[in-house]
Write a protein that binds this ligand. Structure first.
Ligand code: GLC
Length: 682
């Protein structure tokens, strides 16, 4: 993406708004915009600091002034790109800064202290000790107080970061797992109260754990208070949504905009009788996309972010950010304006709540992914964390095909995260696995991209002879032939199948495969996330169809209720639960002893002389190098130690083998079937 000779958005709020007509305007260079942004910022500065002096002690005002100077510019430039053509741009910026100062004034003392520590260690979320756990509060422990009572369990797993799935008030009935929010300012009463959330955050902080919460910035439920006011005829809130009186524009958009749920929610528009209009609904018909070309939407969401942060949330997971901006004739994904929105929110929130970071949920192609971490034509600070979707997809590809060549090519193409940012790495999540295999990457290793994507979907649905997996197809799209995958990690890794056959060899392989996948995610470099239930190898929830709120969305098969009885078996030596739980806890423990896994610094896949081995190397500028070796095959393998060029130089040890020296047999490093080594200097 380049901003030079960039384009101007014309007639944003006027009749042509929906068309988002772009006119090339070569006079609007980055330099011009920067000048506009700086001037607006300079003119707002005195009033901002005056207001700050009224709500903050003197030393805090100094700190806020420094943050205003540093982060204000990060925000003002993208805001100028987004809204700079409006006559009221300066007033808008001044107003947004007032919002920020007020939030700084309201920030509780304990959180300000946390901010100060994090300003000293801004890479706090990238530390090697970080391990995340993700769960639905209700499915894990009933409600938020229930979650508090389970924190010891999480500590057993070495967890330092808790992501609670959507917990704000959601619509009744089908709610897309809580992603159909009716009130951004209220915890869902089924889970507890705002006070419960604040108490949980406080206790997490006391335990040196961070809290991550979802903010759905792309859409609201059709029953959200904003949507209700729009339906009641309030033009202010009607302008929050993208509405169309007839099908002409929706049809024009549909020609280029993909469908997210082709099976269960085809199309991107839904008729609203109340509004007598088609409403943009990227996801389900009950989720209305917000119109971010309206600065009032930007401002309203900024307030939501600041209030959420002030309740003690450390990481805001910003949902579906790829879709934030729409433009006719495009896919309406990953547009420059979507990035500017994130950059602007990030800059502004940093001024008030500097200890809070953004995590982008952008499940997009490898070339687009790193942009959400701020890597564009050059760096523009954006989100600090983003999901490493490619690593997840490629890990499953490797174990299905018992071949590391495609992952090596695909992962090598991915640009490194900019300094101060990192990946969240994971084996699976609450969503389906979309088989993001790039055609060009596949062709490089002589594979047909389409055929491989189809192979993976069918393999993980257990439809291919010899498949060890017992997942299901998700969103089979007859038009494109693409299909995705649902299923718990254990079911996809072979445990369900092995348990059904009772074959101890298959069972051992499945346990090893599950641990191997986690050892890749924990050792790649990034913040690894563990999904609830995977630590005890829970299988698919076969009862998901009984829940009417699940609709016909089979992602619910991998969102089970926690099986605490099975969790008890983690203490029974030799049980599957014990092996998996202990194996995953040991990975967290190994990370703590391995500063090479501090997530700063690049990770690169490495070619070895054995295509059954996925190898990677991370080079931390201060803490040194780690070499990962994963044998994705169910037979023993080895790699030439000299090819890797490390053994002679380092005399290395294997962190995952209790720091024992890496064995070398006739010049080769042996790798037992489905095993991983983390090789470091002694
Ligand atoms: C994100 C969530 C997914 C949800 C969608 C719409 O992709 O991860 O679960 O369906 O957003 O909110």
């Amino acid at each position: 993406m380049t901003r030079h000779g960039a384009r101007r958005i014309v007639g944003l709020r006027a009749a042509t708004r929906e068309e988002l007509v772009l006119a090339a305007d070569p006079s609007l260079t980055e330099r011009t915009r920067r000048a506009q942004a700086s001037a607006a910022l300079a003119r707002a500065r005195d009033a901002v600091l005056e207001r700050a002096a009224a709500v903050l002690p003197a030393d805090e005002v100094d700190a806020l002034a420094a943050r205003l100077d540093r982060y204000g510019r990060d925000a003002a430039l993208p805001l100028a790109w987004l809204y700079g053509d409006r006559d009221d741009f300066e007033a808008l910026l001044a107003r947004l800064l007032r919002t920020v100062v007020d939030a700084a004034g309201e920030r509780p003392h304990a959180l300000r202290r946390l901010d100060r520590r994090r300003e000293i260690d801004p890479e706090w979320f990238l530390r090697e000790s970080m391990v995340g756990y993700v769960c639905y509060a209700d499915r894990f422990a009933g409600d938020l107080p229930g979650v508090r009572s389970r924190l010891d369990y999480l500590e057993e797993l070495g967890v330092r970061y808790l992501h609670l799935m959507p917990l704000l008030a959601a619509r009744a009935g089908e709610d897309d797992g809580g992603y159909a929010v009716v009130d951004f300012d209220r915890v869902d009463p089924r889970l507890g109260t705002n006070a419960d959330l604040e108490e949980l955050a406080t206790e997490l902080h006391e335990r040196d754990m961070a809290l991550c919460v979802d903010l759905v910035v792309n859409h609201t439920a059709a029953e959200h208070t904003w949507a209700e006011r729009a339906k009641a005829g309030d033009p202010f809130y009607q302008a929050f949504y993208l509405t169309y009186p007839d099908r002409s524009l929706p049809d024009a958009y549909e020609r280029t905009v993909p469908e997210t749920f082709p099976d269960t929610a085809p199309g991107n528009f839904t008729w609203s009788a109340e509004l007598s209009s088609w409403v943009w609904t990227t996801f389900y018909p009950f989720q209305w996309d917000l119109d971010h070309s309206n600065p009032e939407v930007f401002a309203a969401l900024l307030e939501v972010m600041l209030r959420t942060a002030n309740r003690g949330v450390d990481v805001l997971r910003l949902d579906a950010v790829r879709c934030l901006w729409k433009r006719l004739g495009t896919t309406c994904e990953n547009l420059p304006e979507a990035h500017w929105l994130l950059q602007a929110w990030r800059g502004l929130t940093r001024i008030a709540t500097p200890g809070v970071v953004f995590k982008a949920e952008a499940i997009v192609g490898p070339d687009q992914l790193v942009q959400y971490l701020g890597a564009h034509d050059r760096e523009h600070p954006e989100c600090e964390l983003a999901y490493h979707n490619q690593l997840m997809v490629m890990s499953w590809s490797a174990v299905a095909s018992r071949d590391a060549r495609l992952p090596t090519v695909a992962l090598d193409r991915l640009a490194d995260p900019p300094r101060g940012t990192g990946w969240v790495t994971y084996v699976r999540c609450h969503d389906d696995i979309g088989w993001a295999v790039d055609d060009a990457d596949a062709a490089t290793v002589g594979v047909n991209g389409f055929a491989h994507r189809r192979f993976l979907a069918e393999f993980y649905a257990g439809q291919i002879p010899g498949s060890f997996a017992r997942g299901a197809i998700y969103q089979d799209d007859p038009r494109t032939g693409d299909a995705r995958t649902s299923g718990m990690a254990a079911a996809l890794a072979g445990l369900t199948e092995a348990r059904a056959t009772g074959d101890p060899l298959l069972l051992d392989q499945a346990v090893r495969r599950l641990l191997l996948l986690h050892a890749i995610a924990y050792g790649w470099g990034g913040l690894p996330l563990l999904w609830m239930g995977d630590e005890i190898a829970m299988g698919n929830d076969d009862d998901w169809t009984l829940d009417p709120a699940a609709g016909d969305d089979n992602r619910w098969m991998h969102r089970p209720h926690m099986d605490w009885q099975a969790a008890q078996r983690r203490h029974h030596p030799g049980s599957v639960e014990q092996r998996v739980f202990a194996g995953i806890a040991a990975l967290a423990d190994a990370r703590r002893r391995t500063p090479e896994l501090h997530a700063i610094g690049p990770t690169r896949p490495v070619w070895t002389d054995n295509h059954r081995v996925l190898a990677w190397r991370r080079d931390h500028p201060r803490f040194g190098t780690l070499l990962g070796l994963a044998n994705v095959h169910d037979a023993d393998q080895s790699v030439d130690a000299e090819i890797l060029g490390v053994v002679r130089a380092w005399d290395p040890v294997d962190v995952l083998d209790d720091d024992r020296p890496v064995p070398v047999d006739a010049g080769r490093i042996p790798l037992p079937r489905l095993s991983v080594r983390w090789v470091v200097a002694p």
